[in-house]
Design a protein around this ligand. Structure first.
Ligand code: ZN
Length: 84
C-alpha cells in the first residue's frame, strides 16, 4: 500500500486532520480496529486527497468571482496550478 501525500501547506494539512477527526467513524477501543472510510480515503486514495485540496482552492475563488466580479485565470505550468 502506498500512502497518499497531501501536496499542500501546513494550514491545509491541519484543516484536513481536523476534518478527518470530525468525520471519523473508526471503532475505538479494539486491539486492531478497522479503519473507517474517511481514514482509508486520506491514507490510501491519492486522487481523492488531490481533489480535496483542489476544491479547497477552487471554492473561495469561485465565490469571489460570483460575488465580486473578480476574475482569475487558472494557469497550469511546471510548478503546478497557479491562479492569476
Ligand atoms: Zn477513522
Amino acid at each position: 500500500m502506498t500512502l497518499a501525500i497531501l501536496h499542500g501547506s501546513e494550514t491545509e494539512a491541519r484543516a484536513l486532520v481536523e476534518a478527518v477527526e470530525r468525520n471519523c467513524a473508526c471503532v475505538k477501543y479494539q486491539l486492531h480496529p478497522p479503519l473507517c472510510n474517511v481514514h482509508r480515503m486520506v491514507l490510501e486514495d491519492q486522487q481523492a486527497v488531490d481533489r480535496l485540496l483542489f476544491y479547497r482552492w477552487l471554492g473561495p475563488r469561485l465565490w469571489r468571482q460570483e460575488w465580486t466580479g473578480e476574475t482569475e485565470h487558472l494557469v497550469i505550468g511546471k510548478g503546478g496550478v497557479i491562479w492569476r
